[in-house]
Write a protein of this length. Structure first.
Length: 276
């Protein structure tokens, strides 16, 4: 990072670059994938037809390229709603408008196996970041076009997937009902998994609620695809490959790019099957 610089504190930039992600307008595509782990940004970019490294700062690592002719970027967010919100705020400022969260999750329904994919349509807001944007009763819901593209990509690739609600938490341990250090517990730990399971929530993760809430507030499109690496009901956790999820997200971006072109050509605001 540049050592000697000055900026507005209300809208911090470093010589025209966004303060945290270190990107400028033109650096990123309209379609952006959002893994948490910076290392996954490299792995995702490696699956594209073309790629170029853009920037790396703190937990945020960015590449831009093409997949199947569609322009695409990837920016790692780090874990949780707060760092996701920072990345999305700054990506919007440099031209992004469609986001897919791509990561791992723990499921809380017995019939979902580790390795299955989860397309989240909305999220319970236990993330700790979205409530700083709007009151708790405001819904955190995904964009329907992004969700449909993810479902279609799963179908095309012949993958096992589930569609439904997530619970985004601000804590991996206590927030998801696990004991804390030295067995620390609160009474609500005992019931959180069962209560959410009965409410037909599919999984725990940590970022979707912030992303979905911001999408509805700001008017951008968002979606979420997770691969299950743990089942809290069967108490199983395994190393599940991320490659099927990466392939699904790439294909979803390609589908969205084609459908967006059809919307522009027909003068329509929303894609429907009638547009082809």
């Amino acid at each position: 990072m540049t050592e000697n610089w000055k900026s507005s504190a209300d809208a911090p930039e470093m010589e025209g670059r966004q303060y945290h992600i270190q990107c400028t307008p033109g650096d990123v595509a309209p379609y952006v994938l959002l893994p948490g782990d910076p290392g996954r940004a490299d792995a995702i970019a490696a699956t594209w037809d073309e790629r170029r490294f853009v920037a790396a700062n703190r937990e945020h690592r960015t590449f831009t390229g093409t997949t199947g002719g569609a322009p695409v970027s990837v920016t790692s967010t780090g874990m949780g709603g707060p760092s996701t919100a920072i990345a999305v705020e700054e990506l919007l400022r440099v031209g992004a408008d469609t986001f897919i969260r791509l990561g791992t999750c723990g499921v809380i329904q017995e019939d979902i196996a580790c390795g299955d994919l989860i397309v989240n349509t909305a999220a319970v807001r236990h993330d700790g970041a979205s409530n700083l944007y709007v009151e708790d009763r405001y819904p955190a819901s995904a964009d329907h076009e992004v969700t449909l593209a993810l479902i279609e990509a799963c179908e095309e690739l012949g993958l096992t997937y589930h569609v439904g609600l997530s619970c985004s938490t601000g804590s991996f341990h206590c927030g998801q009902g696990r004991p804390g250090y030295r067995g620390y517990r609160q009474s609500f730990f005992e019931n959180i998994v069962e209560d959410l399971r009965r409410a037909r929530v599919l999984n725990f993760e940590m970022e979707a609620a912030a992303l979905f809430t911001m999408g509805n507030l700001y008017g951008f499109r968002s979606g979420c695809l997770c691969v299950a690496v743990a089942n809290r009901i069967t108490n199983e956790m395994v190393s599940s490959p991320l490659e099927p999820a990466m392939a699904t997200c790439n294909r979803a971006i390609q589908i969205l790019c084609v459908r967006d072109a059809k919307k522009r050509a027909s003068g329509k605001k929303y894609w429907t099957p009638r547009l082809g």
